[in-house]
Design a protein. Structure first.
Lengths: 202, 202
DNA sequence: TGTACATCAGTGAACGCGCGTTCACTGATGTAC
DNA sequence: TGTACATCAGTGAACGCGCGTTCACTGATGTAC
């Protein structure tokens, strides 16, 4: 309710779009769950009338999808950054996993919206099409990181299959952490144990 | 809307409670998500007026918690059954994992309600107290199964820590499957790869 | 054996609420003449 | 330099809807006398 908002200058109405997405992304995490984010709440957080949302989004779904895409971008960037420039590909993979989990813990609402579709109300078909499209760059990047490990002899098997196993392992921890399950060890320990067991070079 | 319901005979009003829980549990899965289950929908499915729910539950939350407890009971039973009477403790653990994943795939809405708190609207504190209480028998049972593996020399480490890793690994696959992610290999393969890598006896 | 009555398993109308969404509008600002 | 006007960034009142929940009630049925 920051009601001290000045209207955007003529020609830069598009700024509001970004403000709405940012506010919604913030609310998803502070409310803990995308399903608690309302159009009116987002508008109120930006300091604008509820109807102003319709200047930039066809409906609530489109706003939430925009948040999804925004968060997937940030997610992919953070993980790629964490793995960039690390010599040992298995160590790079481990760091990617840690970054993945840190994202989920820092932004639990967003994470659960991205991967468990909590709070996005599209019907399954549309939702899948759009969230898979949003997440694909991140998935491709994971497969590349795994392929590098296979090429280096650190892992054995089909890269895509291995990537899926790895994804499952990391998602399991990340989701439990995002939900707030206690008695989990630190992510570094969890991933170390898993990747250590998988390492073919020991 | 099976409106051909006859009222329960005098003295057995408690039957309605069980019917409501069963109908709600069914709806959680057919609607795909606990948040889509309404008190009116549950009552309608049983063939009773919405207000009849209040004869057995203080409010919607209490009904949903009852569903949670009911599904945790079924969950624990199915998994324990799957691991019972298997000689090799690591094989028993693998079968438990497969049963776990099968439950999640067969009852995705219930699974996500149990472990990701999707569709239960209690505040965090109460929800945690009650869902942890409901899930504890299952968790204890897992720790016992892991301890048996450690005692047999199949796994090395702290049983509780190992149990948490295993839970994360299985939950990751189960939740992705419950959400409907494509390109996952069969659960047997996923678990075989993981437990094979962890086996200290090979 | 008959009847009054308490009990029990529900019902039905109505409520207030917050939501997404619609529609006609306003008022500042850059631009054309 | 002044003014008419189109454009643009929003507003505000109002809607219908489905929800959880309340309250006073009904009508069948077992039981006491």
């Amino acid at each position: 309710m920051s009601s001290v908002r000045r209207r955007n200058p003529k020609g830069s109405g598009e700024q509001l779009r970004a403000e709405l997405v940012a506010a919604a992304a913030r609310l998803v995490d502070t409310l803990g769950d995308g399903s608690k984010v309302t159009l009116r709440g987002v508008a109120g957080a930006v300091g604008v009338a509820p109807t102003a949302v319709y200047l930039h989004f066809a409906d609530r779904d489109e706003l939430m999808i925009a948040v999804l895409e925004d968060r997937f971008d940030a997610f992919t960037r953070q993980i790629d950054d964490a793995g960039a420039g690390i010599g040992d590909p298995l160590e790079a993979l481990r760091r990617r996993g840690v970054a993945y989990i840190h994202f989920a813990m820092a932004q639990p609402g967003a994470y659960r919206m991205m991967f468990s579709h909590v709070g996005v109300e599209l019907d399954r078909e549309d939702l899948f099409k759009r969230s898979i499209a949003a997440g694909m760059p991140s998935y491709d990047s994971l497969v590349r990181a795994v392929t590098a490990c296979v090429d280096a002899g650190a892992l054995r098997g089909d890269p895509k299959g291995l990537a899926n196993v790895g994804w499952g392992v990391v998602h399991g921890y990340a989701d439990l952490a995002a939900v707030g399950v206690p008695f989990l060890q630190p992510p570094e320990e969890y991933l170390g144990a898993f990747l250590g067991a998988m390492d073919q070079r020991r």
